[in-house]
Design a protein around this ligand. Structure first.
Ligand code: PLP
Length: 393
């Protein structure tokens, strides 16, 4: 990694782990056979693909043949939701939350609006700490609910939802449950023997595998309608030749994630906590967004009131510090993110929200560097802020 970059934007994407890259390397120019071919040259690739499937399955505690390799988290989300709607055409209700990633949010809204309101959409609200109300959820479960789609962990705040419990509640009503676990997999333990979800989405590039590969877990026996119709790949559940090298990389990344999970939840969490505590102590009018405990170990979202997040990012960038304001997908728009709005973060704070998302590659020295420079950046920007000047008149 370029020595001068301090990368704390791991919820946007991660560095491909060197071990992952090495595992992938032979599958470009040497072992380039098609895993579905009959010849031995392709067969050895097929066996490596099966090994990767097994490695992903171990991380989630599922059977390898419950996994479908896809092109990304977004494809996995679309496949799960559209599959449920197609499998149960008489059911016209979808339950989701107000804080989903656009991959789920925009699809659900499109199903509601572009199909002449054929679908009723319940979007569960969150409180000021980004937490759901399970009573509201219980009341929303209805006879005509085709699917519930609730993320395991939020990409902007890191807040973790009680997915095991929510999936069990859906199960009691005979309703299919999908979880977008793109941010959770690799950061916190996920055991699908304990969480009765029917579908789970994950994405390679959030856990040190390459971009452009994902997985959809489909529990055995779940009604399933493919999204990409084509060849017989993935046992007929997703047409298209697998992105072999990336799938192999994802398998290795899952194996590494299983081994590094303890470090993620101790050393990385301690770094995150030190960064967060240092910033909250040094900078007045700084507010933590999201629940302090029910959170991913790597994520800290802090609002610096009366300054623009974009301006903070530009100044951080000059020091080589990579962070994010809102989700990577919403930056570029001047509106506060839908997550901040759903949480009721006041206007003056929502605009100044910065997400730091760490990984196993971050160090104490990097945290110290940010603690040394960010308080000065905020106070300089506030000197230029009319809001701040009015407040301090
Ligand atoms: N879901 C969540 C929670 C995400 O954070 C992201 C990416 O930021 C996605 C889905 C989309 O994943 P992909 O980029 O692999 O399509």
């Amino acid at each position: 990694m370029a020595a001068e970059v301090i990368y704390m934007d791991n919820n946007a994407t991660t560095r491909v782990a060197p071990e992952v890259f090495e595992e992938m390397r032979p599958y470009f120019c040497d072992l380039y056979g098609n895993p579905s071919s009959m010849h031995a040259f392709g067969g050895q690739v097929g066996r490596k693909l099966a090994e990767a499937r097994g490695r992903v399955a171990s991380l989630l505690n599922v059977e390898p043949d419950e996994l479908v390799f896809t092109s990304c988290g977004t494809e996995s989300d679309s496949t799960a939701i559209l599959s449920a709607l197609e499998a149960f055409p008489e059911k016209r209700h979808i339950i989701t939350t107000r804080v989903e990633h656009p991959a789920v949010k925009n699809l659900c809204e499109r199903m509601q609006s572009r199909t002449g309101h054929k679908y009723r959409l319940t979007r569960l609200s969150v409180d000021r700490q980004g937490m759901l109300d399970l009573d509201e959820y219980e009341k929303a479960l209805a006879d005509d609910t085709a699917i519930v789609s609730v993320m395991w962990a939020n990409n902007e705040t890191g807040v973790v939802f009680p997915v095991e419990k929510m999936a069990a509640m859906a199960k009691e009503h005979g309703i299919l449950f999908h979880t977008d676990a793109v941010q959770a997999v690799g950061k916190i333990a996920i055991d699908l023997e304990k969480a009765p979800v029917d579908f789970l989405s994950l994405s390679g590039h959030k856990l040190h595998a390459p971009k452009g590969v994902g997985v959809l877990y489909v529990r055995k026996g779940t009604p399933y309608v493919p999204f990409l119709i084509g060849g017989h790949q993935e046992r007929g559940r997703r047409g298209g030749t697998e992105n072999v090298a990336s799938v192999i990389g994802l398998g290795k990344a899952c194996e590494l994630a299983g081994r590094m999970m303890a470090e993620e939840n101790t050393r990385v969490k301690a770094l995150r906590d030190r960064l967060e505590a240092g910033l909250l102590a040094a900078i007045p009018h700084a507010i933590l967004n999201g629940h302090p405990d029910h959170r991913l170990p790597n994520t800290s979202n802090i609002s610096f009131e009366y300054v623009e997040g974009e301006a903070i990012l530009l100044h951080l960038d000059r020091y080589g510090i990579c962070a994010s304001s809102g989700s990577a997908c919403t930056s570029g728009s001047l509106e506060p993110s839908h997550v901040m709005r759903a949480m009721g973060v006041p206007f003056t704070a929502a605009h100044g929200s910065i997400r730091f998302s760490l990984s196993i590659y971050n160090t104490e020295k990097e945290v110290d560097f940010i603690l040394e420079h960010l308080p000065g950046i905020i106070s300089n920007l506030r000197e230029l802020s009319p809001f701040w000047q009015n407040m301090n008149k």
